[in-house]
Design a protein around this ligand. Structure first.
Ligand SMILES: [Fe+2]
Length: 372
């Protein structure tokens, strides 16, 4: 059994300020990688710049990371960081800036960064030190080695093969407080998908499942917020961010499974938010698991039975109002069907028929799982 998690995690109020010296000690000059607005709106950017400033550490800011960052964007971020002689990287934001920060840290280590290096698994994975400050509650990127980028050339989103674990994760629930409800819901469902998928793959073990079970429990404390039944309080923001980090710890051991694999096509072709796209397939995926696993997952997330969990996911994402064209479902199905490793990695037997049901594909007998 293996458990590997090299990231130092501080999950507490005002942790950027409290651990400013540790952050600044990662190098001599920081490249801060963010999206256009969210990092400054929630206060994380000013906290990080103050922490660096207070410790006499200069920085430069690349704030052009888009949703689902492209290979081209990370090349630009790396070129900007190199031109400014930065020797460590701080990602601030949701999964997009955090993933872009990791890829930029990898490219900046190379003498002449090129796009091909990103997807060449034979290329050494060495990288500059990375710190991550999450501002959403889904990706868990602050504690994983994963960086998912969009490859426009291949019309798809895909993880790079290099594992780039952050040296430091600074998690403060206050950065979530100003996020729109829809964003909290979408990212919290992403975290839920990470937890469930990690549990339902053969690579899971007692250590990863401990993170999953606690993650589901922590996540469940804020279900009323996700359902829109009450406004989030500071504790909810901390809970949701912690659940996301626990989910990240779990998937960094096991990887994700079929809902994530199927989701990428919906995000690419329909611009569907990542968490929603994973949530679209999640009930159907759980429904295929063994009864004892379905029950264990639902119970850990404080649902009386699995069916309640399916309805909850569908309701908070308003999935009944969303129509995914058959040709896109078919494309998602075909893409994942070709990925034998993913199918074989499932804890339950995932053959062509089962995958078809999870993908909500119209079948001859009319069975599918996306309306559970
Ligand atoms: Fe995800």
């Amino acid at each position: 059994m293996k458990f590997y998690m090299p990231t130092v995690v501080y999950d507490e109020p005002e942790c950027v300020k409290a651990h400013a010296f540790e952050l600044a000690s990662l190098g001599k000059k920081a490249l801060i990688v963010t999206g256009k607005n969210s990092a400054s709106r929630c206060g994380a950017l000013s906290d990080v710049t103050k922490a660096l400033w207070d410790n006499d550490t200069p920085y430069c800011i690349f704030s052009e990371v888009e949703e689902n960052p492209s290979v081209e964007t990370v090349l630009r971020a790396a070129a900007f960081g190199k031109a400014n002689n930065a020797d460590f990287v701080v990602g601030i934001g949701g999964g997009s800036p955090m993933d872009a920060a990791k890829a930029a840290a990898f490219l900046m280590k190379q003498d002449s960064p090129e796009a091909e290096m990103l997807y060449d698994s034979n290329f050494p994975s060495s990288h500059l030190p990375v710190a991550e400050v999450p501002t959403t509650c889904g990706t868990g990127s602050e504690v994983t080695g994963v960086s998912v980028l969009t490859r426009h050339q291949k019309r798809m989103k895909k993880s790079i093969p290099h594992r780039i674990f952050p040296a430091l994760a600074l998690i403060d629930g206050k950065y979530l407080y100003s996020a729109p409800h829809s964003m909290i819901v979408n990212t919290a469902v992403d975290a839920l998908a990470h937890l469930v998928e990690s549990y339902l793959v053969k690579a899971s073990n007692d250590y990863s499942r401990a993170a999953v079970m606690e993650g589901l429990h922590v996540w469940s404390r804020s279900k009323e917020v996700l359902a829109g039944e009450r406004k989030p309080e500071a504790e909810d923001c901390s809970n949701l961010m912690r659940a996301s980090a626990l989910a990240g710890i779990a998937i960094s051991q096991t990887g994700t499974s079929l809902p994530h694999a199927l989701s990428y096509i919906l995000t690419y072709e329909m611009k569907m938010p990542h968490g929603m796209a994973c949530g679209y397939f999640l009930p159907g995926f759980i429904a295929e698991a063994d009864k004892k696993d379905r029950k264990a997952i639902a119970k850990a997330a404080c649902f009386a039975r699995p069916k309640e969990m399916y309805s909850f996911i569908r309701d908070v994402l308003s999935l009944d109002e969303i129509v995914v064209p058959d040709e896109i479902l078919e494309l998602a199905y075909r893409t994942v069907l070709a990925d034998r490793k993913r199918l074989e990695g499932c804890l339950f037997d995932a053959d062509e028929t089962v995958l078809g049901r999870i993908a909500g594909r119209s079948t001859a007998d009319g069975t599918h799982n996306n309306q559970l």
